[in-house]
Ligand binder design. Sequence first.
Ligand code: ACO
Length: 205
Amino acid sequence: MKILIIGGGGHARVVADILLAMDGMEPQGYVTSDQAPGTAGPLGLPVLGGDDAVGSIPHDGLVVAVGDNATRERLFAHFAAQGENMVNAIHPSAILAPDVVLGRGCMVCPGAIVNTGSEIGDNVILNTGSVTEHDCRVGSHAHVAPGAKVAGAARIGAGALVGLGAAVLPGVAMGDRAVAGAGAVVLGDVPPGLTVVGVPARPKT
Ligand SMILES: CC(=O)SCCNC(=O)CCNC(=O)[C@H](O)C(C)(C)COP(=O)(O)OP(=O)(O)OC[C@H]1O[C@@H](n2cnc3c(N)ncnc32)[C@H](O)[C@@H]1OP(=O)(O)O
């Protein structure tokens, strides 16, 4: 499948690396206006042009490769509304239990683990070495950052961020667009939009 990578930053480079490691995926290059079309991009893939170029480049699907949740959500909605095939980029070293339900346009990075009974929405990032335990629900456009751990039956709301190395305890619910800062240990539910930090996690002042 010929795949376009929407974005041109570090996150896009990681998506490119994942697609290159997958069987049957042929990443075509980066869709970004930050560099001139035709420029050689990272990992030997070209810069194809800005978002307007997508319609004129032959492809079978695309991945929105932007780390910021709100921007990724906006771009996902834009391209999904145009009928694009939003494909999942799943590194071969990631481990997903056979019954995991994965949405569209997700990125599952090297070493990420998703255990049995979990349901992952659309456009979610499960970053390097993250653990999403059994029976979790991860809402669309959320991000479980590198090394973060989400314990059994926890709920991660749409557009929420579980920061680098953070831990969310069993059954805890993080609301939509809530943020657990890097290293936080989240013991109780977090209201939508609230940022918590520290051990134990408390609202950021
Ligand atoms: C491949 C990749 O790289 S994926 C990267 C994924 N990204 C992440 O995991 C980043 C997670 N983000 C964080 O942890 C951020 O620090 C946030 C979102 C919690 C806060 O960011 P900001 O709102 O910019 O906060 P800011 O840096 O201004 O700090 C505000 C206060 O919170 C404290 N603080 C910030 N982050 C943390 C944290 N993770 N743990 C404890 N305290 C923190 C600061 O020390 C500061 O305290 P002070 O006012 O007493 O000096």
